[in-house]
Design a protein around this ligand. Structure first.
Ligand SMILES: Cc1cc2nc3c(=O)[nH]c(=O)nc-3n(C[C@H](O)[C@H](O)[C@H](O)COP(=O)(O)OP(=O)(O)OC[C@H]3O[C@@H](n4cnc5c(N)ncnc54)[C@H](O)[C@@H]3O)c2cc1C
Length: 866
């Protein structure tokens, strides 16, 4: 329905209002019209372009090659537009967006110079009521905020700013007629992307330029020039394939992720690769130069230092060079800048850098700027101070949803969205590239098209299925927020005080705003939600409502990657292999994994088992002992593995808990079936307890631990020690333990396959290990012991997506019921193997850290009682 009566004969009642006429708003309008929906676009500026309308400062360019930073929805549009440079200037990008507006005749439905002030959800009518600054009221069914992630300039918060009598400019609100700085004394405040792009050009004009820098930023030369020939050739060869590759890439531009690690690559390889990325002058090349720089601080520092070396080699004054070297945040945790002669500019005699960390601004005066130790006189001040990013423009509109709750209230502690697209309590309100989506971490042209397509397809779905409202459920939204945080947590991003974290705006909650999981992974999640009948959304219409509630991503992001990788390899299931083949396969896999941390010393030895000698490997911390001792039994279903097979985990445990780890092998099935493994484990614990001093341990400070089947024999050894009256054991640490042969618990059905340890494989292990008649024996199923009292205090770790989860839970509960002190860590989003995959599944590190803390506590308590 469209009712005419609004300003300039525009309709005051429409199906959809889009706020913003940038990249997002223009494409939205085009698609909505195709769908036959009535739509209006409301824009604060007096022309289309958004970012490229407002940011007219000298040197403004894109930082993604324009071959990629452009619409891809219409091959004809692509064919008729040729970019003149690798990184087009703002006027050229604006001309492109104007061309798009004219080509698709979009202007008649755009109202310019009209800021939207408020939006209120009218529950009975199931419509949004919007109000413009001029007082016009517009009613719409769907309200889409295409208001931009970097569109609300940050308010200047420098004392005395209003007193300055000279010219004041903001890079984000640059005068349309341009500015002539010839002969002027100019100050630029801010060295983010806009500052870095504009400073060389302002320097070229002005008589004197002083740059006030709070935070130095990483920047690499753009090496601008003609559009890159290899990209043009790839596009010409197969445009559709090129665009498809961009859509399914990590960042939104085609490219193969590297397998090279900064940490482990030899110096010459490392240097060569870095220099190539430096020369390429592309954002995703330098961010992706090695595969570990965004997750490993040491790897990151290698690249950060190589960039600092470049800065020092360019800037002649050593003090200025040092001030320009970023040291307070890891490389790429803020979007790195691409520049043209930025660092070279500081070699010019009339350009000076003021490092605000050393010389803070005291006040802005009528004629210039006073730092704590110097007064400066200026004709002009340029603020390049950035934006209230991602949420600023959204909450700048007074949005009131269901039950009178405002968006500002709901997001007071940080934004909460489902897929970065919608938020519960605000039906039919969509945000394009909102918080919780890849947005500013990606090539935004690609992310914008993906969001617009998803929203428009969603509206089409609603219409064709007789629904008129859509809203995420609390569960789906909480799940997504958790997933976004999980993704951020395994990276270094949250360690930086960046605008990604809201840290540039005083009082803004520190929350990692964008989704770091990748454009490809994100697209798959959005597609899956739609394909599952809009999973996690409630759809309502005159005929009733529908809700397929759920959480779209529950696995930890790195676990999901490993699971997907394994699935893509198409390996035969282990249970289809012979025992020899399975053991050989395990050896090959183990050889390829990251080694784990360095420990002080590793000693191999043998000890007497129940049926002959057993090999052990001892890991000693670097600091002088003696240390507490942890006896560790490896996993492998009583069939596979050795004292070395959980090497990375043992190293990690050693370093984190500061204890000696003695990893003991035991006899394996099918050669030695039940109860050989259990008897060996008990014999090993007895021997290690008796020889603690010789092993460098503290007598009496003994914990028994294991993973999977190793946790099974560890648990049994603790029961045997209790029954035998010794040795004394301080605690038992059971990681994803096998405690019962019963496979009918829900975790078996839920996780039957797909998460590496399958129900079929567990059956195979049990068949090799124990006759059915023996499986209920407590030496095989410790949960079945008649008495669970007086066992050592236990730390049990269970993984959410593990067939063994529920028997671990059952053992924790049963021991607690018998009076044993039990700590239970539930590894959310993890699988059976997660915690052993050190430096591969990074999200497991926090669980291991928690385990180590508990272990240390246990040892400390014992020492204080001794
Ligand atoms: C200087 C600069 C360079 C950039 N370079 C790149 C790049 O190279 N690659 C990249 O991927 N991204 C880049 N970006 C990010 C860029 O913002 C996006 O790529 C893209 O242009 C965003 O388009 P949009 O339509 O979503 O938002 P915008 O272009 O920001 O448009 C939003 C529009 O909404 C309007 N608006 C906001 N609130 C209201 C309201 N209440 N009422 C009415 N109108 C309102 C604004 O006036 C604005 O015109 C850059 C950003 C900046 C600032």
């Amino acid at each position: 329905m469209a009712v005419v009566g609004g300003s300039g004969g525009m309709r005051s009642e429409v199906d959809v209002v889009v706020v913003g006429a940038g990249f997002s708003g223009l494409y939205l309008l085009h698609r909505l019209r195709d769908l036959g929906l009535s739509a209006r676009v409301i824009e604060a500026g007096d022309d289309v372009g958004g970012t490229w309308y407002w940011n007219r400062y000298p040197g403004a360019r894109c930082d993604i090659p324009t071959t990629d930073y452009a619409y891809s929805f219409d091959p004809e549009l692509e064919a008729e537009w040729t970019w003149s440079e690798k990184y087009a200037t703002q006027p050229e990008i604006l001309a492109y967006l104007r061309h798009v507006a004219d080509r698709y005749d979009l202007r008649p439905d755009i109202t310019f110079s009209t800021p939207i002030q408020s939006a209120v959800w009218d529950e009975p009518a199931a419509r949004w009521r919007l109000r413009t600054e001029q007082g016009e009221e517009i009613s719409c069914r769907y309200y889409i905020m295409a208001t931009g992630c970097l569109s609300l300039p940050k308010v200047v918060d420098i004392d005395g700013a209003e007193r300055f009598r000279g010219e004041v400019y903001f890079t984000s609100r640059w005068p349309h007629q341009g500015v002539d700085f010839t002969g002027k004394r100019v100050a630029v405040i801010g060295t983010g992307s806009s500052g870095i792009q504009s400073i060389p050009l302002i320097a070229a004009q002005s008589a004197q330029l002083t740059v006030f820098q709070r935070t130095p930023n990483f920047s690499i030369p753009a090496h601008n020039g003609p559009a890159p020939t290899e990209r043009l050739a790839a596009l010409a060869a197969d445009r559709a394939a090129y665009r498809q590759a961009a859509k399914w890439s990590r960042g939104g531009a085609p490219g193969e992720p590297t397998m090279l690690s900064a940490l482990t690559s030899p110096e010459d390889v490392r240097r060569e690769r870095f220099e190539a990325a430096w020369e390429a002058g592309e954002l995703f090349e330098i961010i992706g130069v090695f595969n570990d720089i965004l997750v490993n601080p040491a790897a990151n520092e290698i690249v950060a230092e190589m960039i600092r070396e470049k800065i020092r080699s360019i800037v002649r004054d050593p003090e200025t060079a040092e001030s320009l070297c970023p040291k307070d945040h890891p490389f790429a945790t803020k979007r790195p800048c691409l520049d043209t002669d930025y660092f070279q500019t500081y070699n010019l005699a009339h350009v000076r850098l003021v490092d605000l960390r050393k010389h803070p601004i005291a006040t802005i005066t009528e004629s210039g700027i006073d730092t704590m130790d110097e007064s400066f006189e200026f004709d002009s001040i340029v603020y390049a101070t950035g934006f209230d990013a991602m949420t600023g423009a959204i909450v700048a509109v007074d949005v009131t949803g269901r039950d009178g709750v405002t968006l500002e209230e709901k997001w007071a502690n940080g934004p909460s969205t489902y897929l970065g697209l919608m938020t519960a309590g605000f039906p039919n309100l969509f945000a394009i590239t909102g918080p919780g989506s890849p947005s500013v971490l990606s090539n935004m042209a690609v992310s914008i098209e993906q969001h617009v397509d998803w929203v428009v397809n969603c509206l089409d779905h609603l219409r064709t299925h007789g629904f008129d409202t859509i809203e995420p459920t609390e569960m789906a939204e909480a799940g997504w927020v958790q997933h976004v945080n999980d993704c951020g947590a395994i990276t270094l991003y949250p360690t930086a005080n960046s605008w990604y974290m809201g840290a540039n705006v005083p009082g803004k909650p520190r929350v990692f705003l964008p989704y770091v999981g990748g454009v490809d992974v994100y697209r798959a999640a959005c597609d899956e939600v739609a394909a599952k009948g809009y999973l996690g959304f409630t759809l309502t219409g005159p005929g009733g409502s529908q809700c397929n509630d759920g959480v779209v991503r529950r696995l930890q992001p790195d676990v999901a990657m490993v699971v997907d990788l394994m699935a893509s390899m198409g390996l035969p299931p282990m249970e289809s292999m012979s025992v020899e083949e399975a053991r050989a396969f395990m050896d090959v896999s183990s050889a390829q994994r990251p080694p784990g941390p360095e420990v002080g010393e590793i000693v191999d030895g043998v000890l007497p088992g129940a049926g002959g000698e057993l090999k052990y490997r001892l890991y000693r911390p670097a600091d002088p002992g003696p240390h507490p001792v942890l006896v560790y039994f490896h996993g492998g279903g009583w069939v596979l593995g050795s004292q070395e097979s959980d090497d990375p985990l043992c190293r990690d445990l050693c370093v984190r808990s500061d204890s000696v780890i003695v990893s003991v092998d035991y006899r394996h099935a099918p050669e030695a079936r039940f109860p050989a493994a259990a008897d060996d484990a008990f014999a090993a614990v007895q021997w290690i307890a008796a020889n603690a001093i010789e092993l460098g341990g503290i007598p009496g400070q003994l914990v028994v631990a294991g993973w999977s089947a190793g946790a099974n024999v560890a648990a049994v050894a603790c029961q045997l020690a209790r029954d035998a009256g010794g040795p004394g054991i301080l605690g038992q640490v059971l990681l994803a333990p096998v405690t019962d042969w019963d496979m009918s618990r829900p975790s078996y059905t839920e996780n039957e396959e797909g998460f590496i340890l399958t129900a079929g494989l567990m059956r195979w292990f049990w068949d090799h290990y124990a006759d059915p008649a023996d499986r209920g024996n407590p030496k095989a199923s410790p949960l079945r012991a008649a008495d669970l009292s007086d066992l050592p205090p236990a730390l049990i770790v269970t993984a959410e997506f593990d067939p063994l989860r529920d028997e671990g839970v059952a053992y924790a509960e049963a021991m607690a019921a018998a009076g044993v002190p039990v700590r239970h860590l539930r590894a959310r989003g993890h699988i059976h193997t997660s915690l052993t995959m050190v430096d591969l599944i990074l999200s497991g590190a926090s669980v291991r850290a928690e385990m180590a803390d508990i272990l240390r506590e246990l040892f400390q308590e014992a020492l204080s009682h001794a």
